[in-house]
Write a protein that binds this ligand. Structure first.
Ligand SMILES: [Zn+2]
Length: 307
């Protein structure tokens, strides 16, 4: 709605002073424009296209289409070197954002304040007379809060995906189309689907930059199936523990699902479950909770060379 957008390619642009606060974009028809960069452009990438766009908030945005030369990208580790210590399965949790097969949970962002603010600004908007100046101003305010939330989520996902591809040689995730249908209400599902899809896109992109395997696996039954013996048991959504009636294996519900994702990832790559590394050794009974802050802080120093 009212978005203006134009793409410039080839010799029509030049990016100057890409580092720090004084980044400048030169456009052939306009000249120098100071820009504020939200993310640095990786050294290995070449800028192929510049897109200038006016958002509904009234602000102008510049985005760069990047191209990386495959020859410069690191090689992915040999598949035969993968095992339960250097690979991870991820379950998209309901209570936690993600749960890993090696027993880490990473909490989802706390966006309570942001959503409260959004509701407040939307209430104000509903009281303005449509098409008035005040209405237009308030509409832009709402758009800004929404944009702030989107950016915060994206930023968080950037940090999380970078951490994963640096930490592991292989990352296995559920193909969510099926998972979503099984476990969530329609509205919640759409929102989480979009966030998860964005997460996977980032993960796959970084997998190439860092030389990490990322594989999507069948999500059906990851929660029901026992990671130890494979027997399926139905679990209502409020049952947080996995307790297998067949083999007696017990662990957290999401950890069990993450273990199944790991196993499916291995078989997807043509690897069996390593005999010498049985499920239980790879699965700590006590779950370590990794706070989002800790994950992010550990990566912040290195984030400068990350998209
Ligand atoms: Zn079992």
């Amino acid at each position: 709605m009212g978005n203006q957008k134009s793409s410039i390619s080839d010799d029509g642009f030049k990016l100057k002073n890409t580092s720090g606060r004084h980044a400048t974009l030169w456009l052939s028809k306009i000249g120098d424009i100071p820009i504020r960069d939200h993310r640095e452009i990786p050294d290995k990438a070449a800028i192929k296209e510049v897109t200038v766009k006016k958002e509904t908030t009234g602000d102008w945005f510049v985005s760069f289409g990047l191209e990386t030369d495959d020859a410069d990208l690191p090689e992915k580790p040999n598949v035969d070197s993968l095992d339960a210590t250097n690979s991870v399965g991820i379950d998209l949790g309901i209570l936690n954002y993600i749960h890993t097969s090696d027993g880490k949970t990473v909490d989802w962002l706390d966006l309570e304040d942001e959503y409260e603010r959004l509701r407040r600004e939307q209430r104000k908007l509903s009281r303005k007379e449509q098409r008035s100046n005040n209405y237009e101003k308030q509409r832009q305010k709402v758009a800004k809060v929404k944009r702030h939330i989107r950016r915060k989520v994206l930023d968080y996902q950037h940090k999380l995906t970078t951490w994963l591809v640096k930490e592991y040689d292989a990352v296995f995730v559920e193909d969510l189309n099926v998972k979503g249908m099984l476990e969530q209400s329609h509205n919640a599902r759409n929102k989480q689907d979009a966030a998860w899809r964005q997460f996977i896109t980032l993960l796959e992109y970084k997998a190439n930059l860092y030389g990490t395997h990322v594989v999507q696996v069948e999500a059906r039954g990851t929660t029901k199936e026992c990671a130890s013996c494979g027997v399926e048991t139905a679990k209502p959504i409020w049952v947080r523990e996995h307790s297998c009636p067949s083999c007696g294996f017990e662990c957290d519900r999401d950890a069990n699902a993450a273990m199944n994702v790991l196993q499916r990832g291995f078989s997807e790559l043509g690897l069996g479950w390593p005999e010498d590394k049985p499920v239980k050794t790879a699965l700590p009974t006590d779950t370590t909770s990794v706070s989002a802050k800790r994950v992010c802080r550990g990566n912040l120093d290195r984030l400068s060379d990350v998209v």
